[in-house]
Design a protein around this ligand. Structure first.
Ligand SMILES: Cc1cc2nc3c(=O)[nH]c(=O)nc-3n(C[C@H](O)[C@H](O)[C@H](O)COP(=O)(O)OP(=O)(O)OC[C@H]3O[C@@H](n4cnc5c(N)ncnc54)[C@H](O)[C@@H]3O)c2cc1C
Length: 381
């Protein structure tokens, strides 16, 4: 479909980005899957070419570009089947916390490194006992005068092994009522005593992504590493979740187009009963449905991108898109795999990874059930 949200400058940037994805990401995906993490080198290369935090104002090391540049990067990286290099999470989810809620000293200390790829970031909210119900977290950060004493465990943390800075949600007031009012955001740095990485977790898909456990045992986090105001952490997280979920949507729709492309390609080539698989009406109907999902989703997504850029509150719409796109993405991966027959189950075929990688999209960034909880609440139910 013809997309109307991009200007010529975005299209030029897309070409550069596509070249980078094809040369610096695609050839390494297998190796990253085996290593269960990407190289630091790809972070540095992406930073050097302006593919990290393009929105960052120039004074902190960025290009001051609009949000569409982030969209282009997410689409092009996803297009080559990337699910390991967590650049989108870094640029459009974690670093915005540092920029939006950091003071001037913190911004100068961290942001240039976030743009050039020398600092990799992660956000640690989820715990072994608290995921959807974030307010029930048990990690604490107790005020000790000039520092907080941080204790607790986090799990499922993307970029968890490679991260140099981790934005950690912890309770600075464990007795607060309501409980979420006691949560603050602290920046924990690589090398701080008592900060340890646990396992790089074995997953069903997204094997190139380092998703890890993190442990904090009496970590002395200086007061200078508190982000924004004490007790405001939960509100900061809620404020930035709209963009996080929108970026999941961008990845999902881009992935849907990729699944369509792979399925068309394979079913045209593969023959059964003397005919291409694509000539059976069942295949054609499935592919026609896939195409319809892609077009409809893209149209709604582009509207949401515009509204997000205009600063509108589109929490309900983004929640609707997040659950529907990611459910549809997974259903498409499943149906695309089916049309590949036995080969679809072999990991040497991209559709197998598309299937495995897309499953988690329905779970993280707020599960799809939580999206429906949000919508129902905002509908006044
Ligand atoms: C690969 C991966 C990467 C991740 N990356 C990060 C990261 O970088 N940082 C981070 O902090 N977290 C991360 N997460 C954690 C992720 O955000 C959580 O897994 C998610 O929020 C769900 O929490 P949970 O796993 O504890 O499930 P639970 O909260 O235990 O939920 C289990 C099931 O119950 C459902 N459920 C829960 N509450 C309700 C309700 N009120 N109504 C209806 N159904 C409900 C859920 O939808 C789900 O189906 C990641 C997870 C994965 C798998």
């Amino acid at each position: 479909m013809k997309r109307r949200i991009f200007k010529e400058e975005h299209n030029i940037f897309r070409d550069q980005c596509r070249r980078f994805a094809e040369e610096e990401i695609a050839p390494h995906i297998e190796e990253w899957r085996k290593n269960k993490q990407v190289s630091r080198e790809v972070w540095k290369k992406a930073g050097a070419q302006g593919f990290l935090c393009p929105w960052m104002p120039e004074e902190y090391g960025g290009a001051g570009a609009d949000f569409l540049y982030s969209v282009v990067i997410a689409e092009e990286f996803s297009r080559v089947g990337n699910s390991g290099f967590g650049a989108g999470l870094h640029s459009d989810v974690v670093v915005p916390y540092l920029y939006d809620f950091g003071n001037e000293e913190q911004r100068r200390r961290w942001l240039p490194g976030c743009c050039d790829g020398s600092i990799i970031t992660a956000v640690a909210m989820s715990e072994p006992g608290a995921g959807s119900d974030l307010a029930s977290m048990s990690t604490t950060a107790i005020d000790q005068g000039d520092h907080y004493l941080l204790n607790g465990a986090k799990t499922f943390i993307s970029n968890g092994i490679l991260a140099d800075l981790v934005v950690v949600a912890a309770k600075t007031n464990p007795d607060a009522n309501p409980p979420h009012a006691g949560i603050s955001l602290l920046v924990v740095e690589r090398g701080m005593e008592g900060f340890e990485r646990g396992r790089n977790l074995d997953k069903l898909g997204q094997h190139g992504q380092d998703t890890a456990e993190l442990f904090f045992n009496d970590v002395k986090v200086p007061k200078e590493n508190l982000l924004g105001q004490e007790g405001q952490g939960f509100y900061y997280l809620m404020k930035n979740l709209q963009q996080e979920r929108l970026m999941v949507c961008v990845g999902a729709v881009s992935h849907m187009w990729r699944i369509l492309e792979h399925t068309m390609e394979y079913t045209r080539e593969r023959k059964a009963f003397g005919r291409p698989i694509a000539s059976f009406q069942n295949s054609q109907f499935k592919i026609a449905e896939m195409y319809s999902y892609c077009e409809i989703a893209q149209c709604f997504l582009d509207r949401l991108i515009e509204e997000h850029m205009a600063g509108e509150d589109i929490v309900s719409e983004v929640s609707a898109a997040k659950w529907w796109f990611t459910d549809t993405e997974f259903r498409m991966a499943d149906e695309g795999l089916q049309l590949h027959g036995g080969y679809g189950y072999m990991t040497e075929y991209p559709i197998a990874n598309d299937f495995a990688d897309s499953r988690v999209q329905r779970i993280y960034a707020g599960s799809n059930e939580i999206m429906k909880v949000i919508i129902a609440k905002r509908l006044g139910l």
